[in-house]
Design a protein around this ligand. Structure first.
Ligand code: ATP
Ligand code: MG
Length: 393
């Protein structure tokens, strides 16, 4: 069995007050879910740290770390080496496990954290003892307390001691599920998976709704959206995807509405159906990937038309971002290569040549009222197919 253990740290602000137990148990639950299929692990909490101990040795350690980096709520993690709580064992562990790493540095310092106040040596003594030992064994090194190239940290905890040298930056944010649930309008594009990622980061559990216009959009377009959902699931945990049949609505809109309003009427339907699906799945908000002025249906006037169609709060986390910034996040979350696959989305199937960019809400409402709105929405909702999508890797 390995003596390596992963220490997960979270932001201090979240630890304040009554939220702490709720925060910590949600984080533990999300860690367990993220690590399903990665071998047995022990998870426990002590003194503001969540410990994850892979029980099947080092083979899965790297993958486990990669998974933990995607779990919101963890700010940083450390792979620590566990040893007995005495200076001899700590020294031995440093020689056994850190020799190669220490050799690669010129300056160092020792940090000591003494959480167990009964330990016979105080922190400065631990630093002196361990620092002296390292200098003896690695005479090329110099101590630099201000700007060392290597910091060796020794932590004395209740039941054991830990030695570690690296801190890995993680995703931060809040554990998914601690801030309610929202419905993401997930298209096959670049923006909506990024919008989902950003809202999940605030601790909001996502479900997704996708409008599918078969046969104008095909199975490959659907697979692409499900792949994007699996990428969002890496951060959100498994995600329910509600596929809404949208062809009939689009055909009716094309037949009965003025061409300049085609997209806007379609967007109102999307929002209204998303709101219905959200309500029946206890989601308290909608999330879209809209950004001011990106396309004709995202001018301020158009956004007013879309927004007016629902009563539920709509989160648009990309609203003030430009495409480059969105693409940067899309690449970071590994969605970009999938998002740019060239399959049609239902929005691109019936685009007007001259969309209205300064629409008046009441005019678009009138256009929409040419259709039997309630019936169309009821039928679309009745035809919803729901899939549960897990993270693929
Ligand atoms: P994206 O890159 O996310 O596709 P976009 O720039 O193409 O966005 P639009 O097509 O106007 O913009 O869509 C705006 C938002 O509406 C999307 O970000 C998404 O939230 C939602 N949306 C668009 N098409 C669909 C769809 N087929 N299913 C579900 N939601 C959709
Ligand atoms: Mg789109």
């Amino acid at each position: 069995m390995s003596n390596k253990i992963i220490m997960c740290r979270y932001g201090e602000i979240i630890l304040k007050g009554l939220n702490r137990p709720k925060f910590e148990s949600a984080l533990t639950k999300n860690i367990k879910e993220a690590l399903e299929g990665y071998g047995e692990v022990n998870i426990w909490r002590a003194q503001g740290i969540t410990y994850v101990e892979p029980l099947e040795g080092d083979s899965q350690l790297k993958k486990v770390v990669e998974k933990l980096k995607c779990v919101f709520g963890i700010v940083s993690l450390t792979i620590a080496h566990k040893c007995e709580k005495n200076l001899e064992s700590i020294k031995q562990e440093i020689l056994n496990s850190f020799t190669d790493e220490i050799k690669a540095h010129n300056t160092f310092k020792v940090n000591a954290k003494r959480a167990d106040k009964k330990f016979p040596y105080k922190s400065p003594q631990i630093c002196d003892e361990i620092g002296g030992f390292i200098l003896e064994n690695f005479p090329h090194l110099k101590v630099d307390v201000n700007n060392p190239s290597l910091a060796v940290t020794v932590e004395i905890r209740d039941n054991e001691a830990f030695v570690h040298t690296q801190r890995v930056k993680c995703s931060g944010g809040m554990p998914v599920g601690t801030n309610g649930k929202a419905m993401l309008l997930l298209s096959g594009g670049i923006d909506s998976p990024v919008a989902g990622y950003m809202i999940a980061k605030r601790g909001v559990k996502l479900e997704a709704v996708h409008f599918f216009s078969y046969p104008y959009t095909g199975e490959r377009a659907k697979d692409k959206v499900l792949k994007l959902a699996s990428i969002v699931a890496k951060y959100n945990g498994e995600i329910k995807v509600h596929i809404v049949p949208f062809t009939e609505i689009q055909l009716e809109i094309r037949e009965k509405c003025p061409e300049e309003h085609l997209t806007l009427v379609m967007r109102r339907f999307m929002m209204q159906i998303a709101e219905r699906v959200a309500k029946s799945n206890n989601c308290q908000a909608l999330v879209t990937g809209e950004s001011i002025g990106q396309v004709a249906s995202q001018t301020i006037g158009a956004l007013n038309v879309t927004n007016d169609s629902v009563n539920t709060v709509v989160f648009r986390p990309l609203i003030g971002m430009d495409k480059e910034e969105i693409v940067e996040i899309s690449r970071k979350i590994d969605a970009f290569e999938t998002s740019i696959l060239p399959y049609e989305d239902c929005c691109t199937v019936f685009t007007p040549r001259h969309p209205s960019t300064k629409p008046r809400v009441e005019n678009v409402v009138k256009s929409q009222q040419k259709l039997d709105i309630d019936r169309l929405i009821d039928e679309a909702v009745a035809g919803v197919e729901t899939l549960v999508i897990k993270s693929e890797d």
